[in-house]
Ligand binder design. Sequence first.
Ligand code: HEC
Ligand code: HEC
Length: 176
Amino acid sequence: MNYVLRGIGVLATVGSISLLAFSLPSGGEARGDGGGDDLMPRLTHTAWQQECASCHLAYSPALLPRASWRRVMGGLDQHFGENASLDPATQADILRFLEANAADSGRSRMGDKVMQRMEKTAPLRITETTWFVRKHDQVPRATWSRKSVGSAANCAACHRQAEKGVFDEDTVRIPK
Ligand code: HEC
Ligand code: HEC
């Protein structure tokens, strides 16, 4: 199916859910980041941590806008070649959390930075965002496909404290 059309379809169907999410209290704390460019907001949410951290890092909601999270959560049955489907209640619960803390929620400095450079409307990947590409412009292309890295999505391969939300220069080491 046409990518663009599909994106619009997803937006249209979840539009009502997102309005609802707005009026509900969320799991995260407001502007909970330490203030640095390199710190992800510290957030906790049980279902997100259980369901979205089994195959990869639980990517911070601040790294993608709401429209992206709707697309990601609307296509979990075909999630980058994996079936990551969830029961509808858990899926809705996680989407509410992601939307409430998304890059365009105004709730973290990290999100503000990501949005300053957002060129696409609803990228499916953090690694496709202009913010990500610019932050990594010194990383040679060939590095991403090294066996020890696998792909740019494998943040923890280089960011040794990524699981704690720490991404500063001192904790980066590109594996051989
Ligand atoms: C069954 C395994 C699995 C589960 C569970 C899973 N994912 Fe993924 N996810 C993947 C794979 C595989 C990729 C592609 C990684 C790559 O390109 O190296 C991916 C990539 C992503 C990306 C894009 C990363 C990038 O910038 O390139 C996002 C965003 C994402 N997942 C969000 C989620 C969310 C949110 C959840 C929980 C609802 C979740 N994932 C659960 C397997 C999974
Ligand atoms: C191949 C190794 C590698 C991978 C994989 C990688 N990064 Fe990076 N990242 C780097 C390097 C190198 C820098 C530049 C560090 C510096 O500023 O000197 C960097 C910088 C950053 C910064 C800015 C840090 C600062 O001090 O301003 C953030 C935030 C970041 N990466 C997040 C991520 C996220 C999120 C992912 C996964 C989606 C990821 N990175 C994947 C190597 C990597």
